[in-house]
Structures are given as structure tokens and as C-alpha cells.
Ligand binder design. Sequence first.
Ligand code: KIV
Ligand code: ZN
Length: 513
Amino acid sequence: MKAGKNRVFIFDTTLRDGEQAPGFSMNESEKLRFARQLEKLGVDIIEAGFPIASEGDFASVRNIANNIKNSQVAALARTELSDIDRAWEALKDAAKPRIHTFISTSDIHISHMLQKTRNQVLKEARAAVAHSCGYTKNVEFSPQDATRTDREYLCDIVEAVIEAGATTINIPDTVGYAMPDEFGDMIAYLFDKVRNIEKAIVSVHCHNDLGVAVANSLSGLKNGARQIECAVNGIGERAGNASLEEIVMALETRKDVLGFQTKIKTKEIYHSSRLLIDITGIPVQPNKAIVGANAFSHEAGIHQDGFIKERMTYEIMTPQTVGVSEANIVLGKHSGRHAIKERLKKLGFKLNKEEIDKVFKRFKEIADVKKEVFDEDIEAIIAEDIFRKNDRYRLLYLNVVSGNATIPTATVRMEIDSSEKQDAFFGVGPVDATFATIRKITRTKHKLLKYQVHAVTEGTDAQAVVTVQVQYNKRIIAGRGADPDVLVASAKAYINALNRIESLKESNGKILN
Ligand code: KIV
Ligand code: ZN
């Protein structure tokens, strides 16, 4: 693929490396929804999953491949030929498919994990790329743990896979070990020593174990790389991957020194980040660069004074560039259908008439108990009332009695597979009683790992957002619920987690790693 020499390709791995991290699992329809947002954001390549890992992963990659037209869709495969066949099976109807195959190349991985020799690994890598090229010319190869790989051997393997047809060579800092200068130097070394390197695009894939994933990625670009692998909100294995929003905004804000372009529509960044939080139930920290709640707020008096006189005193980019909207007219119980419709449009949601009616109905219920309804409240309504329509379990009624002179007791009515069931049970406190009753009705057994309450906005009338994490087999599943009543939000979050387990069971999740 020909492109200007300073054009950087953004390869998003939120749905593969990101989704692999504990607590971030998404079901098939959530993955497609997020992939559609990535396409809108303008990412060049969406890594949709690892088809051999589970039936669910396979189905999700195929669904994304069949629906995404503008971005390339990549599927991950080990160098086993059956992995590659499975990846292609999922990708074959994509408008722009890419096979991404990988094998470890560091001695520590080769000897302890693979129990092979360097020579065997090189041969397997070459054969895997050649096999992939039988399906598509768009083949990426990653030497896993590249930064701890002997450099000469790394050059040999990179040269061999390019000769076999790889068009992208991705250099992963798998364990987040490299320092920026050292990583840049490694990329420069490949350009210097690999005879046929000009035939491929060099990519970087940096993990954040030492907090330098973005710096390493930028250092890679300075030394010749032109693809960056990253994830929204920086999610990924352990400390995560390089964060997409940080990379894109660094390239955008410091064009003067870096001089690169991407095709990312920066105004979609904030919405992408929020959508991921709504889907996974896992928030970003308030001080997270670009998308954290405090990223554009100025607290210190001296900062506020300067900012009011001239924004640029303390602001290097405007919130609008990343899609954080300027102060909105606050919606309340007198706001009409038209105002809601306009706000939904502004927030980037395309809903049909029936869905808008549903949002409006829920909006009115919330506005009745809460003076002001903010964008975050609307996002919470969308997450619950629109995107969860295929749920197996639904909360219909909750009544909790608690206090210092009573045994906390919850009465719950639920819809399960279209029939109604109700029961009552007690617990140590009101949340425990609610969860125990839900477990009794659904006859499910799980280990509750985490229970957290946040407020969507400020004030005691704010909607409560509850996130829970439960363990199902070896997977950690998150659930999220929002409501002005903290116990209702808790019940919704717990039921959301149970629904996610159901969809994982449906996809028969055979987990590879
Ligand atoms: O971190 C890593 O090495 C990976 C590879 C599969 C690219 O995620
Ligand atoms: Zn990775």
C-alpha cells in the first residue's frame, strides 16, 4: 500500500489485546458496536480478535469482518497452520482482510515456552507467512518479545518473513521492557540491517509495564516505523497497550516537532472512550490524559485566572478537538422530545424512532427525580435501555428493607427468558440481600470480586453507577448499572454481569489463554 512518507497507520487492538485483559470481555454484539465506532473514528486497521481462541472469538471476528467496510479487519493467529486457516475462515468475507500471525523469538520464550530451537521458529514463521499469503496479500508478522530477542536473529527472521510475503512487520515490546531510545534504536537497526525492509511497513506494539508505551511508540516512528498498534483507553494485557488517544493527540498537537499525519477523526476520540467504558463497565482514572474527567479542568486559582484571560495559558489542545462538547444546555423535566433527539445526535448516537421513544421515556423518569440530566446520564440510559435488548435476565421490581433494627431483606421480581419469577431473601446488608435474592432466582453461583459505586455527575441526586466484577470459570466478567437509586443500580450491575456470563456461555467460550 502506497502512502505519503509521513502517514502513520493506526492499528487498533482494543478488541483483541484489550479484550484479553481481565474484566474487559465483551460479547459479540458489544464488539460489533465498538468496531463500528472504531471505523467512525477512522482507524486504519481493527484487530477484531483471535479466532482459534474460542467459538465466541471466531463468531465476533466474522461478524466484524462482514460488517466493517472502511477499515481493514485483522485476525490474530499463531504460526500453526490450523490457526491461520481458522483466522481466514473468519475473515474471508471482509472488504479488507488482514491475517496477523505471530511467534515468540526471544531465547527465553523459545526455550521455556515453545521448547523449540531458533531455527525451528524461523522455519515456522516463514511457512506461516507463506501459508497466509495463499489467502491474502495483506499479511502481518509479529516476532513476539522482540525487544528481548537477539538482534541478529531478529533481523534474520524479519528478512525471511518479508521474503515469504509479509507486508507489515510488527515489533512488539511484549513485556513493556524497552526504554524509548533503546526501542527507537532497535527499529533503526532493522532499517539498517534487513536487506528487504523497504518492502514492508514497520509497525510497533508497545506495552505499558514501565509507563513508557506511548513514548516507545513515538520513538519507533521517529526511527522509521509507520504503523502503531494501540488501544482505546490504553487497555490491554497487564498494564495495557499504548493508548490510542494519547498517541493520536501527541501526533496532532506536536505536529511541529513530530511531523506525522493519521486519518483519525479526533472529534470521535472522547465518544470512543466513553463507549468502551459503557460496554466494559471499567472507568478510566480522572487524571487519564486526553479522556479523563480532569483532563481539561483547571482547579488551581492561578490556573483558572490565566485560563479565563487566555485559554492557551494552560491548555495545549481544546476539549472540542477530542469531542468533549462545550457547555451544553442542561436538560431537565421540561425538555421535550426534540431537545433529546438533538442531544443524541450531538453525542453521536444514531437511533431509530422506537429507540428514541424508549430513551425519551427513561429520560422523563430520571428527570422527574433529578433536577438536571447530563450527557453522562443519557449515555447511561443508552447503555442500559438500548444496547442490552437481548438480555436473558431483566430486573422488574426491587424492594429492600434495611436499617439498624431489621434483618436486611430484598424482594426481587425478574424476567427470565420472558417469564416472571420472584423471591425474597436476606443478607448482611441491603446490597448483599439484593445480590443473594438475584442469585436465588437465577440459580447461579459466582464469586463476587469487586463492587464499586460512582456518581455519574455531581450532587446527591446524581445517578449512581455501580460496577461489579464476578468470576466465571477463569474469566473475570464486569457488569455495570446506573440509576438514581443506588440499590437499583447495584441490582442492574449484578444482573448485567450475569447476562454477560450467559452470552459467554452461548458462544461456548473455549479460552486459549
Ligand atoms: O504483545 C504482543 O507481543 C502481542 C503480539 C501477539 C503482537 O500482543
Ligand atoms: Zn500485546
